[in-house]
Design a protein around this ligand. Structure first.
Ligand code: NAD
Length: 248
């Protein structure tokens, strides 16, 4: 029961096969109460009900600062406290450099960068007042490799930005006992990747993964639990590569 008496907020966690939902399920299994945020209210409420009683689901578009502030207020009213924030919401687009239009750039960078900034800003005052908090930000191996299989260059840039933002927050918030760490998943089988991998692509991809398999959402959730919980009590500003050895 690593998260007994803890409350966690997870953005973009309503997607059934997604990383956020797997994190929510694992956190609930470890005794935490969870607030699931996503674009669609009904989907967020259903996802919260699906992981058990005592959890809540709320609509929140993380690119809109007022939405993040409203969600934070409602979570504090209904659950009383927030100990953990997982900045998980993200979108990707498989575009080449010359095909990226202004609206593509804005859509992809907004969710990862504005979303991480605005949701963190909405909860930092509360965490500061309790002198306690753990924030985990979802970046990607695309940030480190300069390109992924499904993410375009704008996605790599947004996810590299997330790493910088997370480290800067870790430095600034450390004295308030708020830890901020990042995860850089490799290729994880979720809706982002579903149906897009041919058998030939898989064989090619596996050549570059020493553990010789694609990741699953639970692989990321387990590392997220480590970073979110007191198991990582002296870690801040770090990045965990959850990628099966892709970068060795
Ligand atoms: P997913 O598409 O399954 O889930 C993403 C969720 O974010 C969806 O439920 C979607 O509705 C939500 N969302 C999108 N825009 C939002 C917004 N503006 N406000 C609130 N919610 C919003 O994706 P996933 O594969 O579970 O990815 C989760 C995170 O992990 C993302 O940040 C992604 O970039 C990152 N990641 C994924 C992989 C992978 O291979 N799947 C690899 C590396 C990093």
């Amino acid at each position: 029961m690593l998260l007994k008496d803890k409350v966690a907020v997870i953005t973009g966690a309503a997607s059934a096969r997604g990383i956020g939902k797997a994190v929510a399920r694992l956190f609930a299994a470890h005794g935490g109460r969870v607030a699931i945020l996503d674009l669609d209210e009904a989907a967020a409420v259903a996802a919260a009900a699906d992981i058990g009683a005592g959890h809540i689901g709320l609509a929140c578009n993380v690119t809109v600062k007022a939405d993040c502030e409203r969600a934070a207020k409602e979570i504090l009213q209904r659950l009383g406290q927030v100990d953990i924030l997982i900045n998980n919401a993200g979108i990707t687009q498989p575009l080449k450099i010359m095909d990226i239009q202004p609206e593509n750039y804005e859509a992809v960078t907004d969710v990862s960068l504005r979303g991480t900034l605005y949701m963190s800003q909405a909860l930092i005052p509360h965490m500061r007042s309790r002198r306690s908090g753990s924030i985990v930000c979802l970046s990607s191996v695309s940030a480190q490799r300069g390109g992924g299989i499904f993410g375009g260059p704008h996605y790599s840039a947004a996810k590299a930005g997330v790493l910088g933002l997370a480290r800067a927050m870790a430095r600034e918030l450390g004295p308030d006992n708020i830890r901020v760490n990042s995860l850089t998943p490799g290729l994880i089988q979720t809706d982002i990747t579903a149906g897009k991998l041919t058998d030939e692509m898989k064989v090619e991809i596996l050549k570059g993964i020493p553990l010789n398999r694609l990741g699953v959402a639970d692989d990321v959730a387990n590392s997220c639990l480590f970073l979110a919980s007191d198991l990582s009590s002296y870690l801040t500003g770090v990045t965990l590569d959850v990628n099966g050895g892709m970068l060795i």
